[in-house]
Design a protein around this ligand. Structure first.
Ligand code: NAD
Ligand code: DAU
Length: 364
């Protein structure tokens, strides 16, 4: 196995989304000759503008290709896999609440789509073994801490059983199981990362931090699920993307790496901090009906990733401050992201909850 290094050609699926676009910008921004082809379906969450910095820079643009397509479409994937040294798969439906409303798309991309990528990898691996291409390609599957389920105490280690509890998490776990099976059965070069809750610029405003920042900027209510004491470990998007690149370059085949964040907080603590940065009052916060099956806590042990040589760089307070400033400065971006099906989605997800809501007690 030769892990892809500088100068490689990467196929980045889902590269127009939040984390994928950060990965593309950062890797091309190293100016080390790496070429990237993005394959993205441009769902409501994908946006070519997220890759604008790359497309307007002549040197980076010369190493970049965008293909509009679906990872579940074998005819789109096969020719792209044929020229790639590695596939980095970010493509997924990524919002837990939407998976509760309509799970089917999560399974199509998370299971069928991952299967199509693995079949293409199998074909290319066999071509390399026959001497028809120079290198054996690698697949890095971007997964999530949600595959462990809710963790009451302690920290999940990579060998823990998978116990997903939402349709989103189940689709991600199923994708991982396929990846592992193709490694064991066909000897494919695959690696898996399990990242924790990620935040930063270009995050779709359906998720907690960008939803609450953009609602607060408009003085709209902030719908806090249940008691707001659920705990998440926050990871800056540049650290998540950097860790994925590090694992891609340095991991042995068949390995799984946790990618924890830098700060575990309750949702209430997150909301307090972002309201302080925005100089907005707690009275915007409404207690609303909880998410069904809501995972109380995620927490992962990151020792294996540290041993591989990776360390996060962005602390939460610094990262949240720059993120809030980014949303203040990029109003056209988030207003556009709140277009399309946004109003219908927002009404379905929140109208009844907000109608039945109560003022959130600031002292819990
Ligand atoms: P996102 O929703 O912002 O982006 C997903 C991207 O995938 C979009 O550009 C979308 O158009 C594309 N896509 C969706 N279905 C596709 C398909 N069938 N074919 C091609 N492209 C398709 O998601 P994100 O937050 O950037 O997450 C990226 C990956 O990281 C996902 O696999 C997610 O499960 C995982 N992850 C996310 C977080 C987080 O906190 N955001 C944490 C851990 C892991
Ligand atoms: O842990 C990694 C996961 O983090 C990723 O795999 C997912 O793709 C990503 O969306 C994220 O999932 P969460 O469900 O943790 O993120 P979300 O931003 O949806 O919610 C964070 C917490 O905030 C969670 O406890 C639910 C709560 N919440 C969320 C929303 C959208 C609210 O209280 N109100 C809300 O309106």
């Amino acid at each position: 196995m030769t892990a892809p290094g500088p100068g490689a050609h990467l196929l980045v699926s889902g590269g127009a989304g939040f984390i994928g676009s950060c990965f593309v910008r950062d890797v091309l921004g190293r100016h080390d000759g790496t070429r990237i082809t993005v394959l993205d379906k441009l769902t409501y969450a994908g946006n070519r503008i997220n890759l604008g910095d790359v497309e307007v820079d002549a040197e980076m643009a010369s190493r970049f290709t965008f293909v509009h397509g679906d990872i579940a479409d074998a005819s789109a994937v096969a020719p792209l896999a044929a020229t790639a040294d590695a596939i980095v798969n970010f493509a997924a439906e990524s919002h837990v609440d939407r998976s509760i409303l309509e799970p089917a798309a999560f399974l199509r991309t998370g299971v069928d789509g991952v299967h199509v990528l693995l079949e293409a990898l199998r074909v290319e691996t066999e071509r390399a073994q026959r001497g028809e291409r120079a290198s054996i390609p690698r697949l890095l599957q971007v997964s999530t801490d949600e595959v462990y389920g809710s963790v009451a105490e302690g920290r999940s280690v990579e060998a823990d059983p998978l116990a997903p509890r939402s349709p989103y998490a189940a689709a991600k776990a199923a994708g991982e199981l396929l990846v592992r099976a193709y490694h064991v059965t066909y000897g494919l070069d695959v690696v898996i990362t399990r990242g924790s809750n990620t935040y930063g610029p270009f995050h779709h405003p359906e998720k907690l931090i960008p939803l609450f920042v953009t609602n607060a900027l408009d003085d709209l209510p902030l719908p806090l699920y249940g008691d707001g004491l659920q705990r998440r470990d926050w990871l800056h998007v540049s650290d998540h993307a950097g860790a994925i690149g590090h694992v891609l370059a340095h991991s042995a085949a068949g390995e799984v790496y946790n990618v924890p964040g830098s700060t575990e907080l309750t949702n209430r603590e997150v909301v307090e901090r972002l309201l302080a940065l925005l100089d907005k009052p707690w009275s915007l916060v409404r207690t609303v009906a909880d998410r069904p099956g809501h995972d109380r806590r995620y927490a992962m042990d990151g020792r294996r990733l540290v041993e591989l040589g990776w360390r996060n760089r962005v602390g939460f307070d610094e990262g949240l401050a720059t993120t809030v400033a980014w949303y203040r400065d990029h109003e056209p971006w988030w207003r556009a992201a709140r277009g399309g099906d946004w109003d219908a989605y927002y009404a379905r997800q929140y109208a009844e909850r907000l109608a039945m809501s109560s003022a959130a007690d600031p002292n819990r």
